[in-house]
Design a protein around this ligand. Structure first.
Ligand code: SAM
Length: 218
C-alpha cells in the first residue's frame, strides 16, 4: 500500500473512529509544543484501549510513559479495581506524566514511577502477576523486558510491543547500518517469540504504520 493511501486510511480512522478524551488532546498539544510528539497515534491508542477492554487485566505495566498519553488510553479501558504501573526514565517527562495522570478520573489506579524499565522488572514483586504489558521505550531492551517479565506473566497475559517494525528496519534481512546488531536482531527475535516461534506465546505483528506486535502468553 502506498504511503498516501495509508495516510488517507489513518485520516478516516482519526476523523470517524477514534474517541480521544479532552485530557488526551491536552497532553498531545503539550507534546507538540515541546516537540516531543512521539506518543502512539490516536488510532493506536484506540487499539490499545480495545485490547485492554478484551483482556480485562487486573495488573498492567507500561514501560515508556512520556507524558502519559498512552497510559490514558489504557486507564480508560481498565476495570475499577485494576491497576496500571507506568515507568518513565526521564525526570522531566515523568513530572509531566505525573501531573497529567493526576487529572485522570482513574488517577488512584495508576502508579507512575521515575525509573528504568529494567530496574522495575528486576525488582518486581514475586507474587504479583502481570496481565498486560505494554512496551514503548528503548527498542534495544524490548527482548530484555520480555525475558525479565516472563516469570510474572499470568496465563493469557497480553504483551504489546509498539514500534516493532523498528521504523521499517526489521523488514530487512540484514542489519541496517543505522542500528546496532543487538537492537535489530533482538526486535526480530521478539516479534518471532510473540508470534509463536517458541510456543510460549501466540500472536502477530499488527500492521500499524510502525508495527505493534501482540502476543498472548500460553
Ligand atoms: C515513545 S515514548 C513513549 C510514548 C508513550 N507510551 C505514549 O504513547 O504516550 C518512549 C519513552 O520511553 C522513555 N524511556 C526510554 N528508555 C527508557 C527506559 N530504559 N526506561 C524507562 N523509560 C524509558 C523515554 O524517555 C520516552 O519518554
Amino acid at each position: 500500500m502506498k504511503k498516501k493511501e495509508y495516510g488517507s486510511r489513518v485520516s478516516y480512522f482519526h476523523k470517524h473512529l477514534v474517541h480521544e478524551s479532552r485530557l488526551m488532546k491536552k497532553i498531545s498539544k503539550d507534546l507538540e509544543l515541546s516537540k516531543k510528539n512521539i506518543q502512539v497515534a490516536p488510532y493506536e491508542g484506540q487499539i490499545l484501549s480495545t485490547l485492554v477492554t478484551l483482556k480485562k487485566p487486573q495488573v498492567s505495566l507500561e514501560i515508556g510513559t512520556l507524558y502519559g498519553y498512552s497510559a490514558c488510553w489504557i486507564l480508560n479501558a481498565l476495570d475499577r479495581k485494576a491497576k496500571l504501573t507506568t515507568v518513565e526514565f526521564d525526570t522531566d517527562n515523568y513530572l509531566k506524566a505525573k501531573k497529567y495522570l493526576s487529572e485522570h478520573d482513574k488517577n488512584l489506579q495508576v502508579e507512575t514511577l521515575n525509573s528504568s524499565g529494567l530496574k522495575v522488572l528486576e525488582n518486581w514483586s514475586k507474587d504479583k502477576r502481570i496481565d498486560f504489558l505494554f512496551l514503548d521505550a528503548d527498542k534495544g531492551n524490548y527482548l530484555n523486558y520480555l525475558n525479565l517479565a516472563l516469570p510474572f506473566l499470568s496465563k493469557g497475559a497480553l504483551v504489546v510491543a509498539d514500534n516493532s517494525f523498528l521504523f521499517g528496519h526489521v523488514l530487512q534481512d540484514s542489519r541496517p547500518i543505522s542500528y546496532s546488531k543487538n537492537t535489530w536482531s533482538s526486535m526480530r527475535e521478539l516479534n518471532e517469540i510473540l508470534s509463536g516461534k517458541t510456543g510460549l506465546f501466540k500472536g502477530m505483528a499488527l500492521p500499524t504504520f510502525q508495527g505493534m506486535t501482540i502476543g498472548v502468553k500460553l
